[in-house]
Each structure stands twice: as C-alpha cells, then as structure tokens.
Design a protein around this ligand. Structure first.
Ligand code: F6R
Length: 247
C-alpha cells in the first residue's frame, strides 16, 4: 500500500494538520475511556507541531492526562539532564508545558548498562501500553526513520545503532563542537515503527526533497529505511512545497 502524500502550504499548515489529527485521536480515546499512545520524534521538524500541541492545551484545554508517549530514539552516553539529549529536548519543547501524568513519557535509555535488556523492556512497555496509536516521524537525509540508518531491515527492533557520518554532521548544530555528537544511539526498530496503527511523517525544506523522492519511489529496501513505510497501511507524508519539489 503506497503512502498518502499531502503537500501543505507551509510547515506551519502541515503541523496544524497533524496536531489536529492528534487532538482528534486523544478525544476519541477519551470518549472510549482508553489511553492514547503516541510515538514521538525529536529534531527541528516537529518543533512547530509541538508548539501547536502546547497551544491546543493552553487555548482549547486539550488534556494529555490520558496520553502515554514513547520517543523514537536517544543518543548513547547522554543522560536526560544533558541539554543535547532527546529526553531534555522533549521536556523543554513539549512535556513540561502539558498536563501529562508522571511516568507517562518514555524515551529510550542512552546510558543503560545492559542495552539488550533495556531495548527489550522498551518494546515490552510499548506492547503493555496497547501498542502505538500514532507515530510521528521526521526523515534523515540518509533515509533514516528514528535512527534506523541504512542498512536497516524491516524486521529490526529497538536496539543500539551506529550513527551515519551524514547524520552526525546534520545534528552537529545541537552540540558545542561537531566531535561531541555521539557515534551511537538507541532507536526503535523499523518493525516497531511499522506496527504503529498510524504513521505521520513530516518533512520540510529543500534539503529533504531528494530523500523524499527516494523514500516514495524506490522499492522498499534496507539501504533506504524510509522506503519500508510504503508497506504501512496508514502512512501519510506531510510535506511543504520545497520537500515535495523532486517528486
Ligand atoms: C529524531 C529522529 C530522526 C529525525 C531526522 C530528521 O527523533 O528520529 O529520524 O526525525 O533526523 O531530523 P530533523 O527534523 O532535525 O531534520
């Protein structure tokens, strides 16, 4: 099943559309008396989405008390107190502005002594929560989703990974020095992502145009992990005109 592609006027319009989808999911789950389980991403791309969710909470009273979150990934070797960590990023840009219940947010542990055990526990926690209702994704110029760098198999699970040199360069602006970007990370696997009931990928700007073209036009293969999304039954790519330019 091919992914649905929506080209929005700009990244703000795309972010409002995805925030509205999340709001509707939370309301639906509330009406059912069930928890909404969100898979979340970090990076520059979801920032306007998170700003809109905070606005919905403040201006429209959207409550997150019945929401559980699982982030895609974390750098290896960074504690959540480090400003460059993805735990810190999420607290700063989203979690601390909402009314989430204590313990309802999950980010992979970048400093676990036994990563094999920690990764298996992360998968189990997602299953125990009832599975991901909706997964937010960005996309890396290597074709990574989460930190599933090429090659990443369709059946890959939460695990330690080695970051591509391109990804380390692209993320260097978040660190004091380029050499400070960790070489490793912990990420949900491709299979973990594909099991989400709904996937919403966002990509903005000209730097994403070529990888968006590849993700949607190449047959699914491990060398471009985002191509695996073509196998998902309910995946939407939300683009701005610049990210759509090579399609
Ligand atoms: C982040 C993540 C990555 C980013 C991707 C794009 O949690 O999993 O896949 O979504 O590297 O990053 P930005 O949005 O900074 O271009």
């Amino acid at each position: 099943m091919a992914a649905l592609v929506l080209v929005h006027a700009d990244k703000q319009a795309a972010s409002v559309a995805v925030a509205t989808t999340i709001r509707d999911l939370i309301r639906r789950r509330n009406a059912e008396g069930r928890t909404a389980v969100l898979g979340l991403a970090t990076g520059s791309t979801p920032l306007p989405l998170y700003a809109e969710l905070v606005r919905l909470h403040r201006a429209e009273g959207l409550s997150f008390q019945n929401v559980v979150t699982f982030n895609l990934d974390e750098y290896e070797g960074l504690t959540g107190e480090r400003p460059e960590s993805y735990r810190y990023f999420m607290e700063e840009h989203l979690f601390r502005h909402l009314d989430l219940r204590p313990g309802s947010t999950h980010v992979p542990d970048g400093i676990a002594a036994d990563q094999t055990r920690a990764c298996a526990a992360y998968e189990q926690a997602i299953r125990d929560a009832g599975g991901l209702d909706l997964q937010i994704l960005g996309i890396g110029r290597t074709g990574h989703i989460g930190f599933n760098e090429p090659p990443s198999a369709a059946d890959s699970r939460t695990r330690r990974v080695h970051l591509d040199a391109v990804t380390r360069r692209d993320n260097a602006s978040f660190f004091a020095r380029p050499e400070d970007v960790p070489h490793g990370a912990v990420t949900m696997g491709v299979a973990t992502i594909l099991e989400a009931r709904q996937v919403e990928l966002l990509a903005f700007g000209p730097a994403k145009a070529e990888i968006i073209r590849r993700a949607l036009s190449e047959s699914p293969h491990a060398a471009c992990p985002a191509t695996w999304l073509q196998l998902h039954p309910a995946c939407t790519f939300h683009l701005d005109p610049a990210a759509n330019a090579a399609l």
